[in-house]
Ligand binder design. Structure first.
Ligand code: ARG
Length: 475
């Protein structure tokens, strides 16, 4: 039941099935229900019809179809596409999968001519090709959606250039940064996410048609002609690999899972920054929700859902990895399980990306709270230690000295700039009045003016690179 059997009996054709010639009875109801895939593989109609059009041309080239037959077939495939596009394609309960449904419909439309299309091909090479084509489009679409989100970050970073924010490690205040520097970090994370999708796309852009069930075919079909017809970059060099491999789907899912994790971290930061405790940001009304019982509530549900959806995208990847891990070559029916996780992950990200893009664009930052937090917690202690290094003190010693400064300040309930000159000089002679000038956050930020730094001049430069990166993805 799991093999493609060439030669279809009258009875099987009547039942609309692709196989059955060798069986005395039809399939058990439960077995059929388990195997039917039209509920999800119908999403591949466009790709399946493109493959069939390419196959029609090849069958004409080798003389299996004459010119009239070719034209009638192409015409029928076009009408079939219209039915799918309008949601009117008439699936039957006896259709096992989208490939069988289309062939059954062609036979109804064209009579025996419809039955000629299967020559030299198998659902094994069809499905491997269909899914690759689908994944290729999905990569393009996701990259463009990532570009929109990057754009939203670039705009926020541009508008807020110059605003201070706390930079964290261990979620404890570490050093002051420009808010724009923090926002632009997401642009680069997202850029690698887009890069992974581009890489996956490049590798999967390979035609599998002409592989037959697994060993190729005897009719003289040219595998490279399919690649040309379908606009694919290459032809798979090995028919067994072509029908058995799904690492392209795993790669797309891995890229989706990593992207989802990026978005989840972003969702978490929005949730955190929007709390009364942080109070750094307010999410726009259109991306916030109220509570059914607490009238005062303003909840960042979109950011939470983006974080929450990550679980299922990771699950999609882990699910297919698990399906694949022990499959012998070449095609196994287990491979039918490749589609739903791929569709689900991509559909999830299609929902998530525009919603989080709108959320980011809607953010209203609180300049005062951000600035106050950026200097709290002795955030300039590293600057003070580095100032001492500039004066010849070994960093190990400088670290100790500034540690003591922090201890004294903490005892007195002040920040570093609250200590008088005598108190500082009393801790170490290198701590003269001039070091006090180092305790200004703007200076601290602007001294970090290397290419990767948070200085205004560096971030301004970075902003232009980020703008170009976003534009390259939005296309
Ligand atoms: N629905 C099948 C799948 O998705 C198509 C290939 C069926 N091949 C077979 N030998 N039964 O994998």
């Amino acid at each position: 039941m799991t093999d493609d059997i060439d030669g279809t009996s009258e009875a099987a054709t009547d039942a609309g099935r692709l196989w059955g010639g060798r069986f005395a009875s039809g399939p058990d109801e439960a077995a059929w229900a388990l195997g039917v895939s039209t509920g999800f593989d119908r999403h591949l109609w466009r790709q399946d019809l493109s493959g069939s059009a390419a196959h029609t041309h090849e069958l004409h080239r080798i003389g299996v179809l004459d010119t009239d037959e070719r034209d009638a077939m192409l015409d029928a495939l076009g009408r079939c596409a219209e039915l799918f596009a309008s949601g009117a394609f008439p699936f039957l309960a006896t259709d096992e999968d989208v490939h069988g449904a289309i062939e059954r419909w062609l036979v109804e439309e064209l009579g025996p001519l419809g039955g000629k299309l299967r020559a030299g091909r198998s659902r094994n090479d069809q499905i491997a090709g269909d899914l690759r084509l689908w994944c290729r489009d999905a990569c393009d679409e996701l990259v463009a959606l990532i570009g929109e989100l990057q754009q939203a970050f670039v705009e926020q970073a541009d508008v807020h250039l110059g605003w201070h924010a706390p930079g964290y490690t261990h979620l404890q205040r570490g050093q002051p940064v420009l808010l724009s520097h923090h926002l632009l970090a997401y642009v680069w994370m997202l850029d690698r996410d887009a890069g992974r999708l581009r890489d996956a796309r490049e590798r999967l852009d390979e035609s599998t048609l002409g592989s037959g069930a697994l060993a190729g075919q005897t009719l003289g079909l040219d595998p490279e002609a399919y690649a040309a017809h379908l606009g694919m970059a290459r032809t798979s060099p090995n028919s067994i690999d072509a029908v058995a491999s799904r690492d392209f789907a795993l790669e797309l899912l891995a890229a989706c899972a990593i992207l989802a994790v990026t978005l989840s971290r972003l969702g978490e930061e929005i949730v955190l920054w929007a709390t009364s405790e942080f109070g750094f940001v307010r999410v726009g009304d259109a991306f916030s929700t109220g509570s059914s019982i607490m009238p005062q509530k303003r909840n960042p549900d979109v950011a939470e859902l983006v974080r929450g959806k990550t679980g299922r995208v990771i699950g999609d990847l882990v699910g297919l990895l698990t399906t694949m891990k022990a499959l012998p070559l070449a095609y196994d029916r287990d491979l039918q399980e490749d589609k739903e996780p791929v569709f689900d992950a991509v559909a999830t990200l299609r929902l998530v990306l525009p919603a989080i893009t709108g959320t980011v664009a809607s953010l209203r930052f609180d300049r005062d709270r951000l600035a106050a937090a950026s200097v709290g917690g002795f955030a300039l202690a590293t600057d003070l230690a580095e100032e001492l290094v500039g004066r010849g003190v070994p960093f190990r010693e400088a670290h100790e000295i500034v540690g003591e400064v922090v201890r004294v300040a903490e005892e007195r309930g002040v920040d570093l700039d609250g200590l008088e000159a005598e108190a500082l000089a009393g801790i170490h002679p290198a701590l003269d009045a001039a070091v006090a000038t180092r305790l200004d956050p703007q200076q601290a930020i602007d001294r970090r003016d290397a290419v990767n730094g948070t200085a205004t001049v560096s971030v301004r430069r970075q902003l232009e690179l980020a703008r170009a990166a976003a534009a390259a993805n939005t296309g």
